[in-house]
Design a protein around this ligand. Structure first.
Ligand SMILES: [Zn+2]
Length: 466
């Protein structure tokens, strides 16, 4: 079975492969850096990460662009209010975004493109759209005339044919099913930062940056464009209108969108008190890999109901995986290979791959791994799991972790290194041999205090991080 994605453009599951040379040219809409990103934003960013990793596990190379929106109404408003320059203000939240991404183990795309570093290219594109008759000017602002793009609505599957021609908006986001001419370039307002360009002084609207940076780095037609479901209209509809008017070619072959996240069954909002940044959640003592696991475990096209109780469940699941890995690494198994278990492992690998191939069905992929772990743990207990089965079982775990990446414990900056832990365990073993139990116990307590858990087994001492 081949890799398939649900394409918002066609409303169908379609086999996916890049158009040429085995490299996936993909664009995903990145953060608007006006504040810390919230857990709903990170659901989408974790989806991008899974997408990257599974495309790579499928044998493709990646050329991925993500934008950083570092100029928009909210950023300008906040920067002005704090007496900071636009660059000073957005730098703080850009860094916060990268710090949070690192904690969630999100890969950095091949190109991270900042809007403010592409202002002249945006002006060029707006000028070209003007030459082709897609724009008009009003009071120093430039608008896109959607009546001249008859395919408008093809992504959101809305029929905008009855809309009022000439109605326009200055804001970047607006009501669904209310298509209006959107702003490409905004005339400067008093006390707001602006750029001098060939289309006059001002600043770009939000939508133009994605079209311009995607085409600049990836070419006229992308293999895949991703975002949160809330971006389908108007943002992605507008990206298509701009890009296809510019190039005369389809902008993206596949459009993929991650569903909403709710918190404890409700839409996240500051007034309901259920609005959480990643920092808020980590401050409650949850490890970042539990957040990653929970966000990854629900298939991206299902809405995700974020519950704190399920973060606990995620931690338990991660513990089971880590314990299994530890058992593979340190267990003493009988000589030989159990061929039946070799076949069982191959079956589990196939089930994992098929689930991920089917539009990244992470829930089923996880189920196949846990079923395998349960069965092989039983086989280990009974002695049926042999030394020759370790390698393939480890291979399955590696395949799993190349996508989910939760096996490694996030360490505090003052955590002991593996070597330091081993050294202390050796000292403790020597102390026990010398019947110096006081020293042995104090070494154990010291390790416990540093989050290292020791387990004395018949095969010797096993340890893990809490
Ligand atoms: Zn975008």
């Amino acid at each position: 079975m081949a890799l398939r994605f649900y394409n918002t453009l066609t409303l169908q599951l379609q086999p996916f492969a890049p158009a040429s040379d085995n490299t996936v040219r993909m664009y995903t809409c990145g953060p608007t850096v006006y504040d810390f990103a919230h857990i709903g934003n990170f659901r989408t960013f974790v989806f991008y990460d899974l997408l990257r990793r599974w495309l790579r596990a499928s044998g493709f190379k990646l050329d991925h662009v993500m934008n950083i929106t570092d100029v928009d109404d909210k950023i300008i408003r906040n920067a002005v209010a704090q007496g900071k320059s636009l660059a000073e203000y957005s730098a703080i939240y850009t860094q916060a975004f990268f710090d949070d991404s690192k904690l969630l183990r999100l890969e950095i795309p091949e190109h991270v493109a900042r809007a403010t570093e592409h202002i002249d290219q945006m002006a060029d594109a707006i000028e070209k759209l003007g030459e082709k008759g897609f724009t008009y000017d009003t009071d120093g602002s430039v608008y896109y005339r959607i009546a001249n793009f008859p395919e408008y609505g093809k992504l959101s599957h809305n029929d905008f044919s009855g809309m009022k021609a000439g109605a326009r908006v200055d804001v970047d986001e607006y009501e669904k099913a209310d298509a209006r001419d959107f702003v490409l370039w905004k005339a400067p307002k008093a006390n707001e930062p602006f750029w001098e360009t060939k289309v006059g002084p001002g600043r770009p609207g939000w939508h133009i940056e994605c079209s311009v940076m995607a085409i600049q780095y990836l070419g006229d037609t992308l293999d895949l464009h991703g975002g949160g479901i809330d971006l389908v209209f108007p943002h992605h509809e507008n990206e298509i209108a701009q890009s296809e008017a510019l190039t005369g070619k389809p902008f993206a072959r596949f459009w993929v969108h991650a569903e909403f996240l709710t918190v404890e069954g409700q839409k996240m909002s500051k007034s309901l008190g259920n609005f959480f940044t990643l920092r808020d959640i980590l401050a409650k003592g949850h490890p970042p890999e539990a957040v990653r696991y929970l966000l990854a475990s629900v298939p991206y096209r299902k809405s995700l109901n974020f519950k704190f109780s399920e973060l606990k469940t995620a931690e338990t699941s991660i513990d089971r995986l880590r314990n299994y890995k530890l058992r593979l690494e340190t267990g003493k198994f009988g000589a030989g290979v159990n061929e039946q278990l070799v076949a069982r492992t191959a079956e589990a690998v196939k089930a994992f791959r098929e689930a991920m191939d089917e539009d990244l069905n992470t829930a089923e992929a996880l189920a196949s791994v846990f079923e395998y772990i349960r069965e092989t743990n039983t086989a280990m207990d009974s002695g049926a799991f042999l030394a020759g089965n370790v390698e393939s079982a480890t291979g399955l775990l590696q395949l799993f972790d190349s996508v989910f990446e939760v096996l490694e414990v996030t360490r505090a900056s003052d955590a002991l290194s593996d070597e330091q832990v081993e050294e202390m365990i050796t000292k403790r073993t020597q102390a026990k041999k010398a019947r110096d139990f006081k020293l042995a116990d104090s070494l154990r307590d010291e390790l416990t205090a540093k989050g290292i858990i020791l387990e004395d087994t018949k095969d010797g001492v096993r340890w893990k991080r809490k």
